[in-house]
Design a protein around this ligand. Structure first.
Ligand SMILES: NC(=O)C1=CN([C@@H]2O[C@H](COP(=O)(O)OP(=O)(O)OC[C@H]3O[C@@H](n4cnc5c(N)ncnc54)[C@H](O)[C@@H]3O)[C@@H](O)[C@H]2O)C=CC1
Ligand SMILES: CC(=O)C(=O)O
Ligand SMILES: [K+]
Ligand SMILES: [Mn+2]
Length: 354
């Protein structure tokens, strides 16, 4: 029996609604695959936890989840309770950074049964590879003085190690897909970090003669996501650019509610973390209408990562069959509830093994 230890952190808002739904899907997978079992340990770390304890997780929080095979997270952020930079910084970004989850992989592809807002989407299939530990989201900087004299410095940190690592991951994964890697740059406006980014990209591309490369400035690239997404394969981007591109990728798929993500640790010292692209969606929380597909597709990425790609394929096929059957939440034009969509996905999984 292969038993996988999963640290479960639903977090805030709809994270608390969609995570239990995705666990139902994982339980159905364990029913299908008799040699596989999931052991969940639930952690209530969230903005509410902060209000009670003055911290997003206990002092030994990282120790508690370090030994798990993977972390399965919903979303963090309840701006009415805790400022976002405190809640995300104290939980989500902290785990990403301290567990050296240096890459964030985010697919954006057209699923069967989804209606893209693009009038002519042409079957795009993009994989965004986002740098996940430094760049514009570094905690380096500070504030001094007050009033009109106040000075704020936010440093964007780019290391040779970090940039090479994310690009190499991009080259490798492009080799397993369509062999095309696009680099998101802005070296016409950002004078130090982005020319460096381009240099490293050009340097590394020499070692991957079979990969076709392309560099695009982030502004133009954003437009290409809309006007010709089918020309993109793997896109490698800095932390901020990758963050923005992945909401854009989600939008052209049809909703941010379906977009999955994996925060990958490459050195094996710590677990990887799986969480959808979307946040806690306070505007729809508590109504039972959140789209569970982002969290469920994220569970598929976790299954792939944990060496169960056949099980992952069953989940994605079931998602597509459910969309084709028009069983959808409101964000994608349907009227089904969160749990009705999950029920349909689980039924479509069982149908495949009959
Ligand atoms: N990785 C994370 O945990 C993230 C956390 N956040 C946090 O979440 C909170 C809200 O942030 P927003 O900028 O509003 O982003 P958001 O992703 O939570 O919501 C943006 C819009 O998409 C909709 N939406 C998101 N997920 C959906 C789903 N599964 N089904 C249906 N509709 C969905 C929301 O209703 C909202 O209209 C903030 O506290 C923010 O900091 C935001 C992004 C990522
Ligand atoms: C924080 C955020 O927006 C993200 O990781 O996508
Ligand atoms: K999330
Ligand atoms: Mn984001």
């Amino acid at each position: 029996m292969k038993t996988l230890e999963i640290a479960v952190i639903p977090g805030d808002g709809i994270g608390k609604e969609v995570v239990p739904e995705a666990l139902r899907v994982l339980d159905a997978i364990a029913d299908i695959h008799e040699g596989l079992k999931f052991n969940y340990t639930h952690y209530p770390w969230s903005s509410e936890y902060y209000v009670e304890h003055g911290t997003m997780m206990p002092e030994n929080g990282l120790e508690l989840i370090k030994g798990s095979n993977a972390i399965f997270l919903g979303a963090v952020g309840d701006p009415n309770l805790v400022p976002d930079h405190v809640s995300l910084g104290g939980l989500l970004l902290r785990i990403r950074r301290e567990f050296e989850q240096v890459i964030n992989v985010r697919p954006a592809k057209q699923l069967r049964g989804m209606v893209s807002p693009l009038s002519n989407p042409k079957n795009f299939d993009i994989l965004i590879v986002r740098e996940n530990s430094e760049g514009e989201y570094s905690s380096s900087g500070g504030r001094v003085h007050n009033g009109i004299d106040e000075i704020v410095v936010q440093n964007a940190v780019f290391t040779k190690r970090g940039v090479s690592r994310v690009m190499e991951y991009g080259f490798e994964i492009a080799g397993k897909r369509n062999g095309h890697l696009t680099s998101a740059t802005k070296s016409n406006g950002i004078a130090h970090s982005m020319p460096f980014w381009d240099e490293v990209f050009n340097e590394l591309s020499a070692g991957y003669p079979d990969i076709k490369t392309r560099s695009e400035h982030i502004d133009a690239l954003s437009a290409f996501f809309i006007t010709r997404p089918e020309t993109l394969d793997v896109v490698v981007a800095s932390n901020l650019f990758g963050d923005i591109l992945s909401d854009l990728g989600a939008a052209i798929m049809g909703s941010i509610g379906i977009a999955p993500a994996a925060n990958v640790n490459l050195n094996g010292k710590y677990p990887s973390m799986f969480e959808p692209v979307h946040g806690s969606a306070p505007d729809i929380y508590g109504k039972g209408i959140a789209n569970p597909i982002g969290q469920i597709w994220t569970a598929k990425m976790m299954l792939d990562h944990l060496g169960e790609p056949e099980m992952g394929a069953i989940v994605l096929e079931a998602i597509e069959r459910t969309l084709e059957a028009n069983i959808k939440t409101g964000d994608i034009g349907g009227s089904s509830t969160t749990s009705e969509v999950t029920d349909a996905i689980i039924a479509a999984m069982k149908e495949q093994i009959r």
